[in-house]
Design a protein around this ligand. Structure first.
Ligand code: MLT
Length: 317
């Protein structure tokens, strides 16, 4: 490695333009989703790590990475990074909030349609040579109620999309206040406490970050509040819904269907895959070419700043 060049290890997919740009200034190693042993070797002499949601940066990796100065999350959230370990090792962590929220909201609308109109099931059947329409009926979205849990950038955009297709939109927010309620009413959104939202909505969409406060937010008791003809969609973070409880509710016919882009564990075949009324995507909400280009550009700029000793925009630690 040429003298003085910093080593940037990219562990999750990053836009090729950003990789090219980073390579002008740094030695860049791209190894997507390495196994534990390979990860240990890769972090050992890294100055910076670039991750999305696919790789866990635990205290062990931080401890092994003697030269590590920056962990860059090429997206929103830091739930796969041990922030306390980074803080005590003096490692800066930053993420890129907002750049892909629109893309995630669009995917949410797609998942709502895919699960309510049984598009994936129909696709599987037609590929198997079955052209009958048995069991394909589902509700129209217009006139139905969309319950959005969490009205950050993703939730707000999804609320707009829901209204655009004629849905009534209700939402639950972390910090309600009379001012916030008035603001929401101005956007055509009615705020409801979570329990009321769950028992009212035809489609519940989770759009909250994963924190200790939201982990398992929808467990057996909350899922039991949902109507048997309602659908659940999760696009924000895995772990917000208890997937075992969701599986059980679907199996017992206590929910009409579910669609998940985010998962508590990102590997293997999820147990939910065995059910016909479930649509699964592998955390591709942020994966539009446009969003990835934006994220890549921001990442290059902020990583340069952080490695030069400055503070990246989006700094978390
Ligand atoms: C994000 O929050 O932007 C995504 O989780 C990033 C990713 O695709 O992993």
């Amino acid at each position: 490695m040429p003298e003085g060049r910093t080593r940037v290890v990219v562990l999750d997919p990053l836009h090729p333009d950003a990789v090219t740009e980073l390579s002008r200034e740094h030695d860049v190693v791209v190894r997507l989703r390495p196994g534990e042993d390979e990860l240990a070797v890769l972090v050992a002499d890294a100055d910076a790590l670039v991750v999305r949601s696919g790789v866990r940066i635990t205290a062990r990796e931080v401890e092994q990475a003697k030269r590590l100065r920056v962990v860059a999350r090429a997206g929103t959230g830091t739930d796969n990074i041990d922030l306390a370990a980074c803080r005590s090792a003096g490692v800066q962590v930053f993420n890129i909030p907002g750049a892909s929220a629109g893309a995630v909201a669009e995917l949410a609308l797609g998942l709502i349609l895919a699960v309510t109109r049984r598009i994936v099931r129909a696709d599987r059947r037609i590929r198997g040579g079955t052209w009958d329409k048995t069991g394909s009926a589902g509700p129209e979205l217009a006139g139905r109620t969309l319950g959005v849990v969490g009205l950050g950038r993703i939730g707000s955009r999804l609320a707009d999309l829901g209204r655009a297709v004629g849905m009534h939109v209700v939402a639950s927010v972390a910090q309600p206040s009379p001012q916030r309620d008035a603001q929401l009413r101005g956007r055509g959104v009615t705020r409801l406490p979570l329990a009321e939202l769950l028992s009212t909505a035809d489609v519940v969409c989770l759009a909250v970050p994963l924190t200790e406060g939201t982990r398992g937010l929808l467990g057996p008791a909350e899922l039991a509040l949902m109507r048997p003809d309602a659908y659940l969609v999760n696009v924000s973070r895995g772990g917000v819904v208890d997937e075992g409880a969701l599986h059980d509710a679907l199996l017992r016919g206590r929910l009409a269907g579910a669609a998940l882009d985010v998962h508590a564990v990102e590997r293997g075949v999820p147990a939910l895959a065995a059910l016909d009324n479930v649509v699964l995507t592998p955390h591709i909400g942020a994966t539009t070419t446009d969003a990835q280009l934006r994220v890549g550009r921001i990442l290059v700029t902020e990583l340069r700043r952080a490695l030069a000793g400055g503070s990246a925009a989006g700094r978390v630690v």
